[in-house]
Design a protein around this ligand. Structure first.
Ligand code: K7E
Ligand code: CUA
Length: 661
């Protein structure tokens, strides 16, 4: 396959060269010429363009080798994108109702969304930042995906058997988060790191009591893999100083059991530009260093299990004093407005960027351990031991302006996003990685311009114990001149970068507009690690419980309407191209439980169910059962119909819902 592509490129480039390069002639009015070389010439494509097109082209009927899960930013959703063709396969409804999936319009998705209530109030959107795939031994296992909602401090669990959200959990003690959702190497915990400090439980406290009352709080959500749910009773939190903890990553290999978060605002700035105070942007950047937070989570787990956490709002919290006394928490200085905290594939080093520092700083886990053992550490204002930077720093590499996030490949290279430079920096890792690449140790190798203002960066399995290399995606915040003008709100731009060659040969292959929100992070998994259902395994499947609904009616002969006083039960069977029953009549004020089961078994034979006027809309995939419950409080004549064009007589797939006054 590879050889074939190479030979096609050779043929095309030879043809192009023979044509004397890009043509300036006008496009052929009657359509493009059919000959490949002539097309390239006509469109003015360079040999590099042609190679890029071939590398990303996926012929009809062929599927891509990689799948990217991207945060959907302030849409609250998750995007599923095939790579390298960059085709969007799916938008998964997570924090925001998603009508296409019937998510949040009466069916089981409503129960999931209810888990995300904040003090009893429905919050039907989220600001998703960091999707994280479940891991086994530090590698993606393709079973689950987690994502945080920065705006409301919530974490969601997505089951990759059916790519749907199963749980949203509200952090009872935090109102915003950021450094989540990051998993430990065997998905023991899903970690939700904090961001902007607030009193625990976000109770009111004036800002002049910031130092005493405001706190950071990191949450270790226990994940129960068998149940596919976070178990809050087995979860715990650690109280932190009110610095703004930011991006986090779990240790692995030698550093398994440890967890690392960068932070900023060790200045304890509280803003108030309107009062003559320095604005946050100045107040939080005064200090030359902030603190890398170093957690011994295995020790914290022991302390929690020994019952040494205090219950606050139902959640066990290890207070700061205990965390210090039990050697759970250490700091190490990080230069100028750090961002990002990324552990190398072998778990030996932690890479931290600096929004206002041209370097990445590399910390050695071994040196951290040695410094902790040696003891004699100074303490910060809150009594947390601080390891001096020169004791733990392995290297610093000057990359350029605004280094943020770092991912890795299989050749011993690291890739760091440079926000201010609008570039991807490829640099070589030293230590045990040195023999994998031609460069001598820690060194900048190439800066590839990207368009524009890159935030996160992601690589194929690039944050696991065994990265794949091949591709990097630059998640650019600005797209400016890359796409046709669609008005003042522009799409973001995902740029696919080829990293197959060593040295300074990285190339941008493809621009993909994301016109629905600003994604932050994304992860890329080998497609064959995912084993989703083709249809639900049994007819009558309850997708929320991932088991058969014992009340599902699967025989059309048993379908119908039953009444018990004011309670009406509708048992409906759904199959091409009719609902049974097709007439449902109730009295105004009746309480209706309506159970719908698709007895379809054929792949892709999905039906919809839209009930006019009652804000009900379901997606009923083959085998699925959905239950809706409502009071028939509007009298009148209503229709229900199928919203998926399921068959030639799809338009006939309707029924009448009559509510007698
Ligand atoms: Cu850098 Cu939320 Cu990970 Cu955005 S964060 S880019
Ligand atoms: Cu079922 Cu259309």
């Amino acid at each position: 396959m590879k050889l074939k592509i190479v030979s096609i490129i050779v043929v095309l480039t030879t043809l192009l060269a023979a044509c004397g390069g890009p043509s300036t002639s006008a496009p052929v009015a009657s359509g493009l010429p059919v000959d490949a070389a002539a097309i390239a010439k006509d469109r003015g494509l360079t040999p590099d363009d042609v190679a890029a097109a071939l590398k990303t082209y996926m012929p009809s009927g062929k599927t891509d080798p990689y799948i990217m899960f991207a945060s959907g930013g302030q849409s609250g959703q998750v995007l599923v994108i095939a790579m390298p063709s960059m085709r969007i396969l799916k938008v998964i409804g997570v924090f925001t109702p998603e009508p296409w999936q019937g998510y949040g319009f009466g069916g089981s998705g409503n129960k999931v969304l209810e888990g995300g209530k904040v003090n009893g109030k429905e919050v039907l959107w989220g600001d998703t930042h960091h999707p994280n795939l479940s891991e086994t031994k530090g590698d993606y296992d393709g079973e689950f995906l987690f994502i945080n909602d920065k705006a409301n401090a919530r974490v969601a669990v997505i089951d990759l058997r059916d790519f749907s959200t199963k749980q949203i959990i509200k952090n009872p003690n935090a109102i915003n988060d950021h450094g989540g959702a990051f998993v430990t190497p065997n998905t023991e915990y899903v970690i939700e790191g904090p961001q902007y400090a607030a009193p625990i439980g976000w109770e009111y406290a004036p800002l002049d009591q910031y130092k005493e009352k405001y706190r950071g709080l990191i949450t270790f959500w226990k994940f129960d893999r068998l149940k596919g749910r976070i178990d809050p009773d087995q979860s715990f939190q650690i109280e932190l100083p009110p610095y703004w903890q930011d991006l986090c990553d779990a240790g692995k290999g030698p550093s398994d059991g440890w967890f690392f978060c960068n932070s900023f605002n060790t200045e304890l700035a509280t803003g108030g530009i309107e009062l003559g105070n320095p604005p946050f942007e100045a107040g939080t950047t005064k200090n030359d260093t902030d603190y890398l937070h170093i957690f011994n989570w295995k020790k914290a787990e022991e302390i929690f299990k020994a019952g040494k956490g205090k219950k606050i709002n139902g959640m066990a919290v290890i207070d700061l004093e205990t965390a210090i006394k039990e050697n759970i928490l250490y700091f190490a200085p990080e230069p100028k407005s750090p961002h990002g905290s990324d552990v190398t594939p072998g778990g030996e080093f932690i890479v931290v960027g600096g929004k206002l520092d041209p370097h990445v700083t590399i910390y050695s886990f071994e040196k951290i351990q040695a410094a902790i053992k040696a003891g004699n550490l100074n303490k910060d204002t809150y009594g947390v031991p601080v390891i001096p930077l020169d004791k733990v720093m392995e290297a610093q590499v000057e990359l350029g302006l605004g280094p943020l996030h770092t991912v890795f490949d299989d050749k011993g290279y690291a890739y760091t996003s440079l926000f201010l430079d609008s570039a991807v920096a490829r640099w070589s890792l030293g230590g045990p990685y040195e023999k994998k690449h031609p460069e001598p140790g820690w060194k900048l190798v190439q800066k590839l311009p990207v368009q524009y203002n890159i935030g996160h960066i992601t690589a194929a399995e690039g944050d696991t114990a065994s990265p794949d290399g091949q591709f990097v995606v630059a998640l650019n915040k600005w797209s400016i001149d890359r796409f046709a003008n669609v008005g003042p709100l522009l799409p973001q731009n995902f740029q696919l970068v080829d990293i197959n060659n060593t040295g300074d040969k990285m190339k941008v292959l493809y621009d993909m507009p994301i016109g629905m929100a600003e994604p932050h992070y994304a992860q890329i998994i080998k497609a064959d690690k995912l084993k989703p259902f083709e249809v639900y395994p049994k007819v009558g499947w309850d997708a929320e419980k991932m088991a058969v609904d014992p009340n599902a009616v699967t025989d059309p002969k048993l379908a119908g309407v039953k009444r018990d006083g004011k309670n009406v039960t509708v048992n409906m069977v759904v199959v091409r191209s009719h609902f049974t029953p097709e007439r449902v009549e109730v009295q105004k004020g009746d309480h209706v439980v309506w159970r719908l089961t698709s007895i379809e078994q054929q792949r892709d034979a999905t039906h919809g169910f839209a009930l006019s006027g009652y804000n009900i809309n379901l997606s009923i995939e083959p085998g699925k059962t959905e239950v809706i419950e409502f009071d028939a409080n509007q009298a009148g004549t209503f229709t229900y119909y199928c919203t998926e064009f399921c068959s030639a007589l799809h338009l006939e797939m309707i029924g009448y819902f009559l509510v007698k006054p």
